[in-house]
Ligand binder design. Structure first.
Ligand code: S3P
Length: 165
């Protein structure tokens, strides 16, 4: 079975934790696109986005192109990767899981974290972006799982993945 998996979802959805859990479970490496971009550029993904969103989305796209050829591992992607049309087209060809977490849980997490995400400063616009992106996440993913059902649904998801790949 090929164990490549890309995880998309909103800010605070729990993508990084899920990627780490699955990577331990499957004994495969995991990467986080925000962390990779930070290593590459030398400033945090959030700072890069605040400075120039267009450039940041282009960097995410270029990174995705490189990650798309890995055959072994779990990749957790920044929540805004679906804002870029070309990235969306790439995602549609990849084994992508949408981690579908409700907006209030996402908001609670991002507002409690020390990390200051530029796109998570006020609740109303956070909710509007969530609603708009949710359709994009669905359009770009092969599977979706509600965060509260991860433990229940992931075994089933694994079977599906094994059949699909
Ligand atoms: C962003 C999400 C962040 C980070 C950047 C932009 C977004 O990553 O890439 O602040 O547009 O949703 P997380 O999804 O890990 O919070």
């Amino acid at each position: 079975m090929d164990k490549q998996l890309f995880i998309v979802g909103y800010m605070g959805a729990g993508k990084t934790s899920l990627a780490q859990d699955l990577s331990q479970k499957w004994n495969v490496p995991c990467w986080d696109s925000d962390a990779l971009l930070e290593q590459r550029i030398g400033t945090s993904a959030d700072e890069q986005l605040a400075l120039d969103e267009k450039l940041f989305r282009a960097r995410e796209r270029y990174l995705l192109e490189q990650l798309a050829v890995i055959e072994w591992g779990i990749v957790s992607l920044g929540g805004g990767i679906v804002e870029d049309r070309e990235s969306r087209e790439m995602l549609k060809e990849l084994p992508v899981l949408f981690l579908d977490t409700d907006v209030d849980t996402c908001w609670k997490r991002v507002s409690e974290e020390e990390r200051q995400r530029p796109l998570a400063t006020d609740y109303d616009s956070f909710c509007l972006t969530y609603q708009r992106r949710r359709n994009l996440y669905f359009a770009c993913s092969r599977w979706s799982v509600k965060e509260e059902n991860v433990d229940l649904d992931i075994p089933d998801f694994l079977d599906k993945q094994a059949r699909a790949l």
